[in-house]
Write a protein that binds this ligand. Structure first.
Ligand SMILES: NC(=O)c1ccc[n+]([C@@H]2O[C@H](COP(=O)([O-])OP(=O)(O)OC[C@H]3O[C@@H](n4cnc5c(N)ncnc54)[C@H](OP(=O)(O)O)[C@@H]3O)[C@@H](O)[C@H]2O)c1
Length: 429
């Protein structure tokens, strides 16, 4: 039976699970693919840590020997970070090796260059595990929906923030308490800033938008807000009004320009994504012939992510054996996609003003909303103790983002209104 040699770089959470999967399912994969997969080299940073986990002769320090090995047609990059993987992946592609990665940070920053390199060298760069962990969302967009035009994508793409918001909603925890619990359970990193500030979700939705709309979206240019400003009070008011807070990523085309966003949104409790709880991810894809379809599953973790890496490896081997390379989708030219101006976006909004407890505050707030052409749907004020600050909650009808930003600035600069005030967007469909 034919054998195919694979080089693996990284033997951490995902790398070790991927190795385990290939070993455990060797016979099954042989039957499915008609070849035997041999991971002959595994590069790590510190080999001493892994002496008991890998056979002698397989374990290596770094990745130079893997790059030099002409008998390795496929390299699996599971290192993390950007600098080293960029060096590894670009050199592997230039050497004519196919690469599989789970690294959304690498692809969202350097995908345009790396996909070009793959194209120029007639090899593939596969990346299913970079979005949605174990959910095969990239495969769905590229294969299952082949005959469809993708109209929109809406999803919960970050398990850490979904876990935090779930705990804040269901257990009434503060943001800090929920984050500490997420860290204890291994759902949040010691430094969770990329998750909490929405950057991880922005990188993922930009990748999904790029493959769906066939042009490059730079995640650094999209509207991106994290969950750091969401308080227990905001969640309580949302719940009382029939909504649930979720960090939502969206992508759609509007008159030739892309609307790609990440922000904490209020969803009606009946919305399909409202029931995606804990560290799970969920993605809704609307396409012209299928309509809306939903994909749900574990968005992170070693075994779920390894499952997607293995699926990429299986696909790649089948294509190598059929001599069907390279994949035309991966080879499409990468032009940049024009983004819809953020100020022109429009939503319904939930505004929360923290105010002094004195006469005239309502008049100031409602007056400034009216002068900015913003139509109020409902107002509620909460103050348990007249000597303390009060909370003014306002829901407003659909309006332009630029109007809300201007009105909010003017209101927060008015006497008696405090800077802890905030606003959030409502997504109804
Ligand atoms: N963890 C998840 O749930 C998850 C989910 C989706 C995607 N991903 C992505 O998967 C990738 C891997 O994540 P992970 O959580 O598995 O990371 P990890 O646990 O930190 O493992 C990183 C591995 O890379 C090795 N390494 C670091 N520098 C290296 C170098 N210069 N040469 C060779 N090996 C080197 C480390 O070696 P040592 O063991 O010797 O330190 C370690 O084995 C990342 O891109 C991440 O974004 C992860």
């Amino acid at each position: 039976m034919e054998r195919i040699k694979v080089g693996l770089v990284g033997f951490g959470t995902v790398g070790s699970s991927f190795y385990e999967l290939i070993e455990k399912h060797k016979d099954r994969l042989k039957e499915q693919l008609g070849v035997e997969i041999n991971i002959t080299k595994v590069g790590v940073n510190n080999p001493r840590k892994h002496l008991n986990s890998l056979p002698a002769g397989v374990l290596l320090e770094g990745y130079e020997d893997i790059l030099k090995d002409e008998k390795l047609p496929i390299i699996v990059e599971l290192v993390g970070g950007v600098e080293k993987p960029l060096d590894l992946v670009s050199r592997a592609l230039k050497a004519g090796k196919h690469v599989i990665t789970a690294n959304k940070a690498l692809l969202s920053q350097h995908g345009d260059t790396l996909f070009r390199l793959a194209r120029e060298n007639g090899v593939e760069l596969k990346f299913e595990a970079s979005v949605g962990g174990g959910i095969p969302v990239i495969k769905v967009i590229r294969e299952s929906l082949k005959g469809n035009e993708i109209e929109s994508i809406m999803g919960i793409l970050n398990g850490t923030t979904n876990f935090i918001l779930t705990r804040m909603t269901e257990e009434k925890l503060t943001f800090k308490e929920a984050l500490t619990e997420a860290q204890k359970l291994g759902f949040a990193e010691a430094d969770p800033i990329l998750d909490v500030e929405g950057v991880d979700a922005a990188q993922k939705i930009s990748l999904l938008a790029s493959i769906s709309f066939r042009k490059w979206v730079d995640y650094r240019e999209i509207l991106c807000e994290g969950i750091g400003k969401v308080t227990k009070k905001d969640i309580e008011f949302a719940e009382y009004s029939g909504f649930v807070f979720k960090l939502i990523a969206t992508a759609k085309m509007d008159k030739g320009r892309a609307v790609v966003t990440v922000f904490p949104a209020l969803l009606p409790k009946s919305h399909p994504l409202a029931s995606v709880r804990e560290e799970y991810n969920g993605v809704l894809i609307k396409s012209d012939f299928l309509g809306t379809s939903m994909y749900l599953g574990r968005g992170a973790g070693g075994s779920a992510t390894a499952s997607s890496v293995a699926s990429d490896l299986g696909d790649l081997i089948e294509r190598i054996r059929m001599k069907a390379l390279p994949d035309p989708v991966e080879l499409s030219p990468i032009e940049k996609l024009e983004l819809f101006p953020q100020g022109e976006l429009s939503y319904k909004y939930f505004l929360h003003f923290v105010t002094d407890n004195k006469p005239g505050i309502w008049a100031t707030v409602t007056g400034l909303l009216a002068s900015n052409n913003i139509n109020i749907e409902s107002v509620q004020q909460k103050w348990e103790d007249p000597t303390k600050l009060s909370d003014l909650y306002i829901l407003v009808d659909i309006t332009k983002e630029s109007f809300v930003r201007k009105a909010f600035r003017e209101i927060v600069n008015s006497p008696g209104i405090h800077t802890e005030s905030c606003f959030f967007r409502i997504l109804e469909d």
